[in-house]
Structure formats: C-alpha cells, structure tokens
Design a protein around this ligand. Structure first.
Ligand SMILES: Nc1nc2c(ncn2[C@@H]2O[C@H](COP(=O)(O)OP(=O)(O)OP(=O)(O)O)[C@@H](O)[C@H]2O)c(=O)[nH]1
Ligand SMILES: [Mg+2]
Length: 316
C-alpha cells in the first residue's frame, strides 16, 4: 500500500523526530519473523516499511523506496523496533568507540579490490553496514561513479527529506515549511553476506547542506570529486571537509576524457589543499574498476591515519 501523500509527514509520528535506536542512513533493518497478520494491522506507512524491511535494507533505502521522509522513516522504524517487529542491525561504526575497527576497514578494502558484478546477496541477520560519502560540485561525476560500482541501480529517486525534521516541526503553527524532495544518490556493494558498504552522494544544492552532517556521521571517509575544467564547483565540498567535518577525505580528480590537463600539484594549489590530504586521479568514473580504486584509496587513507596515530578515527 502506498503512503498517503496528503498527510503532513510528522503527523504520522505525532511530531516526534527522535528515536531511541541509533538509526544512521546506512543502518540495516530486517524482519526476523514476518507475520502477515501483523502487517495487516499496521498503518499504511509502517506497513510499507515492515514489508520492505523483509528484504533487509538500509534506513535510506527504506525511505527512498517507500517515499516516506527520512526523518519520519526513522521514527516509524524506531516504533517497529520497540515492538520487536523489526531488527535494527549494528553499523561498522559504533558511537561508543567512535571508530570503525581496522579489521573491518581491511575487509572492505579487500572486498572493493575483489568486487565483481555478482548478484546482490541477501545480508544475514548479523550483517553490519558501513558507508563512504561521495561529494563534489555540480556535474563532477558523483552519480556516474556511484552507479558504476554499485550492485543496485543508483537509487536517485526522490528521497523524501523534510527540512521540518531538522529544524522546524512541520506542525508548528504558521510554519510555511512543506516537504521538500532531494535527489540523493546511493549505491550498495555487498562486501560479503555479513558486511554491506553503502555509498552516498551528497546533494549539491546549498539549501541541503544540513543533510551533509547526517550523511557523514559514522562514515569511513569521503571522496571529493573535482573536475579541473570547473574546479570552483567543488570548493564548497572541500571547505566542508576541511573546516566543518573531521571525516578523513581524499580528493579525486575525475579525468573524464582520460587526460590529466593540469599537474596534480597545480590542482592542489588551486584548491588550497593541505599537504596531508591525498589526491588521486579517477581514470573513468563510468568504469567500476576506476571507481572501486578511488573508494579503496579512501579506506586506505583512513587506515593510514589510524596507523599513524595522527588521524581522527572515522566518524564524528
Ligand atoms: N567521459 C566521461 N564522462 C563522465 C565521467 N564521469 C561523469 N561523466 C559524465 O559527466 C556528466 C555529469 O556526471 P554526473 O555523474 O551526472 O555528475 P554529478 O556529480 O552526479 O552531477 P550533479 O548530480 O548534477 O551535481 C554525465 O553526462 C556523465 O556521463 C567520466 O569519467 N568520463
Ligand atoms: Mg548527480
């Protein structure tokens, strides 16, 4: 059953915007014991989420497929979990340690190196998830890169996000806020049946900056794509990771036509990039191997920072 588009999002949650469970965008949700009678007893939105979670998917996928705002999805999943109808899986990043174990990072790196176009595997009930953020300005190849390496078609359907969820309760009297939609890329790579890597492309429009913190929370790191023909469009992304986030990041020069027009040092200077930020080239974002290689560099960078003891661990 499709959710009712005429209900203001937070009416469904009685205005609540928080959950007890830690529900990151990549958190996997599954249904331990599907019961059709339970499904029939649920309100349409909760029912839609319950049915979808039967396939074990992330909070972001649940939101995108059900077309229920991310914040509302979180609250409804929280309610389902409180009633033991769905299981909320752990993520690779735990708030307690504020770190992703190095062994998990190595598993991800090896998985990216080996990854081929195998059919999607259904994650086990113990499966955990991790994520890498793909950022950069308009037209730098974010969707292309995510799409080339993902085992699912890029889910850049309109993932419904509400500004209300972050800032203003939609029910506030006189509020003019309505639901806004954002095309958000995400992709999925099953490292194995117990570990799923998600990729999230950041929405570029400035009015969605507030989503970046949410997308970056608990991530392994970020890949910031740049196009040397149009460097300035990626300035805001570089600024964000330099100043507003402690997430490790790597800058990837997308070569588009396979040619490096400017020396990497010149690009580094133009971006005013600190020397410790790695710069790599992405030979062709349309090809899985190039894209996987770039993602491996992000994982390697995070591991190196860890080993140097210099870096802040993945996560915020
Ligand atoms: N030849 C070539 N074309 C590419 C490559 N990467 C991206 N493109 C093309 O460049 C255009 C923009 O790429 P997108 O992946 O849509 O870029 P984006 O960063 O998602 O763009 P926005 O979401 O609009 O900010 C598309 O037409 C792609 O097909 C590449 O590595 N080689
Ligand atoms: Mg795009």
């Amino acid at each position: 059953m499709m959710p009712n588009p005429w209900v203001r999002p937070y009416v469904l949650t009685a205005g609540r915007t928080r959950t007890k469970q830690r529900l990151l965008v990549e958190t996997l949700v599954s249904v331990p014991h599907y019961d059709p009678q339970v499904a029939a007893s649920l309100l349409p939105e909760s029912r839609a989420l319950y049915e979808l979670a039967g396939r074990t998917m992330s909070v972001a996928e649940l939101s995108a497929h059900s077309k229920i705002a991310l914040g509302v999805t979180r609250v409804l999943i929280g309610d389902l979990a409180a009633n033991h109808l769905v299981a909320v899986h752990s993520t690779a990043h735990s708030d307690r340690d504020n770190v992703i174990p190095s062994l998990t990072l190595e598993r991800i790196r090896n998985g990216l190196a080996a990854h081929s176009d195998e059919p999607t595997q259904v994650p086990t009930s113990q499966a955990i998830s991790a994520k890498i953020v793909v950022a950069g300005g308009f037209g730098v190849g974010k969707t292309t890169l995510v799409g080339s390496v993902s085992e699912i078609p890029p889910v850049n359907t309109e993932a419904w996000m509400t500004q209300a969820g972050k800032r203003v309760d939609a029910l506030e009297s006189g509020s003019q806020k309505t639901t806004t939609t954002v095309a958000m890329d995400f992709g999925r790579i099953s490292i194995d049946r117990d570990l799923v890597l998600y990729l999230f492309g950041t929405p570029g429009q400035p009015r969605f900056w507030f989503l970046w913190d949410d997308l970056c929370r608990g991530a392994i790191g970020a890949l910031v794509l740049v196009d040397t023909r149009n460097l300035e469009v990626s300035f805001p992304a570089v600024n964000y990771f330099e100043n507003d986030s402690d997430l490790p990041f790597v800058v990837g020069v997308n070569l588009f036509d396979g040619q490096l027009w400017h020396d990497l040092d010149a690009v580094r200077e133009a971006l005013a990039l600190k020397p410790e930020v790695p710069m790599i080239t992405v030979d062709d974002a349309r090809h899985r191997r190039s894209s996987a290689q770039a993602l491996m560099e992000v994982v390697t960078h995070t591991l190196n920072l860890r080993n140097d003891g210099a870096g802040v661990p993945a996560g915020r």
